[in-house]
Design a protein around this ligand. Structure first.
Ligand SMILES: NC(=O)c1ccc[n+]([C@@H]2O[C@H](COP(=O)([O-])OP(=O)(O)OC[C@H]3O[C@@H](n4cnc5c(N)ncnc54)[C@H](OP(=O)(O)O)[C@@H]3O)[C@@H](O)[C@H]2O)c1
Length: 255
């Protein structure tokens, strides 16, 4: 009965890229609901430490791991840690992404490969390690796409292709993993106010345009996306399998 009222309590979530932005908002929602958190970060140890401190207020276990999701050995190490510390996993949240914003004619082989490795291959590898840890736990896997998966955004080719591949991979995973009682889905956020956007030179103009073109009259907040990810990890979403859920305040209906 208690388990039913607090379905996230004492569960374990792994979030790639949980030190800021959408990943941190997800970590916050899950920790608040009593879930233990393992998250990765890459560049900023201080962001990760601040996130850990912030999440500690919810009195669940929080482990941050510096790891590059594009490195298979790092992924092995992450899941080794999860196995040692918890012996199981309930939620795999594939959030970290990268990509060089360049025209198709200027993309190098190395840039292309790095983007596909971090954004797509890591999801496959994480899933292969996660499934045995989800045995008999009705695990949930949620990955994050973007409108660049189906629209051609300027200089976004390498990332856009990787996001399309994530959506496709999730459909294959969803079909195979249904037999293991695991749900796999994708969320596709519209423009969401995180620090990654602020590096874009046309940031202010982009935000104004996005607001104008969004029926809800604002851009997304990380918490908007985190709430839907939490729903996709809940028992209530059990019948949603292999879908890409657009969450953009109506932007794509008129944009
Ligand atoms: N923001 C948007 O408007 C928007 C829209 C659609 C989709 N999305 C998607 O939503 C996801 C999160 O976006 P966001 O804006 O929240 O990102 P963000 O604020 O830039 O945060 C990225 C997180 O991922 C970590 N990270 C980056 N590269 C990594 C790597 N190779 N290995 C491990 N960790 C890594 C970062 O850690 P460090 O800082 O330490 O490197 C940070 O914790 C991405 O998949 C993105 O494509 C975002």
């Amino acid at each position: 009965m208690l388990e039913k009222r607090k379905p996230f309590k004492n569960k374990v979530a792994f979030i790639s890229g949980g030190s800021r932005g959408i990943g941190l908002a997800v970590a916050e929602k899950f920790a608040k609901a009593g879930c233990n958190i393992v998250f990765t970060y890459l560049r900023s140890r201080s962001d990760a430490q601040e996130a850990e401190k912030h999440l500690a207020a919810h009195h669940t276990r929080v482990i941050s791991i510096r790891a590059n999701m594009g490195n298979p050995e790092h992924i092995h190490m992450i899941f080794d840690t999860i196995k040692k510390e918890f012996s199981h996993l309930d939620f795999l949240l594939h959030n970290a992404a990268t990509g060089d914003l360049k025209s198709v004619l200027n993309l190098t082989d190395a840039e292309w490969q790095r983007t596909q490795d971090i954004n797509v291959k890591s999801l496959l590898l994480c899933t292969q390690y996660a499934v045995p840890l989800m045995h008999n736990r009705q695990g949930k896997i949620v990955a994050i796409s973007s409108h660049g998966s189906h629209k051609c955004l300027p200089s976004y080719c390498a990332v856009g292709v990787s996001k399309a591949a994530i959506e496709s991979l999730c459909r294959y995973l969803a079909v195979e993993l249904a037999a293991h009682g695991i749900n796999v889905n994708v969320i596709l956020p519209g423009t969401t106010d995180t620090r990654s956007l602020r590096h874009i030179p046309e940031y202010e103009e982009m935000i104004q345009q996005a607001k104008k073109k969004t029926p809800m009259g604002r851009i997304g907040k990380p918490e908007d996306i985190a709430d839907i990810i939490k729903f996709l990890c809940s028992e209530e979403s059990r019948w949603i399998v292999g879908q890409t859920i657009i969450a953009d305040g109506g932007f794509s209906l008129i944009g």
